[in-house]
Design a protein around this ligand. Structure first.
Ligand SMILES: Cc1cc2nc3c(=O)[nH]c(=O)nc-3n(C[C@H](O)[C@H](O)[C@H](O)COP(=O)(O)OP(=O)(O)OC[C@H]3O[C@@H](n4cnc5c(N)ncnc54)[C@H](O)[C@@H]3O)c2cc1C
Length: 393
């Protein structure tokens, strides 16, 4: 049986065989994956040991204490948080063995080709077409708001394979090689001045059928695994107390008494308590995850995360007064990650605006909570039984 003591023993064995001080980072990460200590709840041979997810903390604590390198999870969030659980659930053995190791070590960055100019909240309306030709699928269309596409080697992609059936039924899920001919990535500049995301044009891109994930026409169901995991990945990351947006503003409050007012004090206290409640709720959600895939509850966490980030960063700008309006750099950078705590207050204020849009807008998440958590009547849907090709666009 693999319990906490056994995991500690295995971790020490890894550290003895690959002392972090004398081992190249990638070599260490690969060895960690092969020892089943990458994500312990994954199956043996795929970076895990098939033990409860909660035991990961035991391994992480031992490795951190030994100064071992990590896989920089913020840089590869889409791979870890969204592509990996979907490949694990729907992938063939060959796909799991090919993709999961370099995904986890960060050797291969992933992006998500879901949203389109005419399909965001109503994602199932998407129009990118994939047509079967021999052993390949030929893909044509345009995706948009694709975070990290400029860094990515691989993408999770959903495309329409059957326009003659209702929109949810004619979609298929693929793994797309971003270096293939016909994939063109163009930067999109955001309110922060940076271009974290992109437009992606797909012109006659040939994807072999062996890179289809799940059955033909079953892509909507496969995508639910990705989307449910996305909400948890965005809103439910593990944080220490004051680890999120509330950290910098609390520090400013403590260090700059001259900025304090009674009114701002009341607001800070309220937001501090709400941030702590959200953090602990995230902890509970992660414990639920130990028992399986995330459900619609992740929508609630992501809702709270977006609202709090916007309110807290707004309070911080107000607290700092004129200085809060300063912005560090308007050059169009192509950042590798979204860093909420390492940047200045102006960046946090501007970047958090996207939090209520990315990974499902707050309005749409409220619908999910209403229907699937509270059991309230569903929104009327008039297009459920209409073939996609006959929908008004
Ligand atoms: C920072 C950032 C990163 C992103 N990264 C990615 C990525 O990597 N890959 C990817 O595929 N996509 C990505 N997206 C896209 C994101 O998923 C979409 O923007 C989002 O789903 C909303 O779609 P939309 O922009 O088309 O807006 P729309 O769907 O057109 O929505 C417009 C407005 O209408 C409201 N609305 C729509 N439908 C309803 C409804 N039924 N009930 C009530 N209100 C409704 C919305 O809440 C919103 O206010 C990213 C977005 C952002 C901001």
């Amino acid at each position: 049986m693999t319990d906490a003591a056994e995991l500690r023993r295995r971790t020490h064995e890894l550290l003895a065989a690959h002392p972090p001080a004398g081992t190249e980072r990638l070599e260490f990460l690969r060895a960690r994956f092969d020892a089943g200590l990458a994500w312990v709840h994954f199956p043996e041979g795929l970076g895990g040991l098939g033990v409860p997810r909660s035991l990961q903390a035991v391994v992480d604590a031992e490795l951190a204490a030994a100064g071992a390198p990590d896989n920089d999870p913020r840089r590869i969030g889409i791979g870890l948080g969204m592509a990996a659980p979907t490949i694990l659930q729907y992938g063939t053995e060959e796909q799991k063995r090919r993709f999961l190791r370099p995904l986890w070590t960060g050797e291969e960055v992933w992006c998500q080709l879901f949203s389109e100019p005419g399909a965001g909240s109503d994602l199932a309306a998407l129009g990118t077409r994939a047509v079967r030709e021999g052993e390949d699928w030929v893909v044509n269309g345009q995706k948009v708001w694709t975070s990290s596409a400029h860094l990515a080697r691989w993408a999770i992609l959903i495309a329409r394979t059957d326009p003659d059936v209702p929109k949810h039924r004619g979609i298929t899920y693929f793994l797309c090689d971003m270096t293939d001919p016909g994939v063109e990535v163009r930067p999109l500049r955001q309110i922060t001045g940076e271009a974290e995301f992109n437009e992606v044009f797909l012109t006659d891109v040939r994807i072999p059928d062996s890179r289809r994930l799940g059955e033909v026409g079953d892509g909507w169901r496969v995508a639910q695994t990705t989307l449910n995991n996305e909400r948890v990945a965005i809103g439910g990351m593990r944080l220490p107390r004051e680890g999120g947006m509330i950290g910098p503003v609390s520090r400013t409050w403590r260090e700059r008494p001259e900025l304090r007012t009674h009114d701002l004090h009341q607001r800070l206290l309220r937001l501090w308590v709400e941030a702590e409640v959200a953090r602990l709720t995230g902890e509970r959600l992660r414990q639920q995850l130990v028992a399986g895939q995330p459900g619609p509850e992740g929508a609630g966490m992501k809702l709270a995360f977006a609202r709090l980030n916007q309110e807290i960063s707004g309070l911080e700008v107000e607290l700092r007064g004129e200085e809060g309006l300063l912005y560090d750099d308007w050059t169009m950078r192509r950042p590798e990650l979204v860093d909420f705590t390492g940047r200045d207050a102006g960046y946090r204020y501007l970047r958090s605006k996207g939090n209520s849009i990315e990974g499902g807008t707050s309005e749409v998440l409220l619908n999910i909570v209403a229907e699937r958590v509270l059991g309230l009547p569903a929104e009327p849907r008039t297009d459920k039984d209409v073939a996609w090709k006959d929908l008004a666009r």
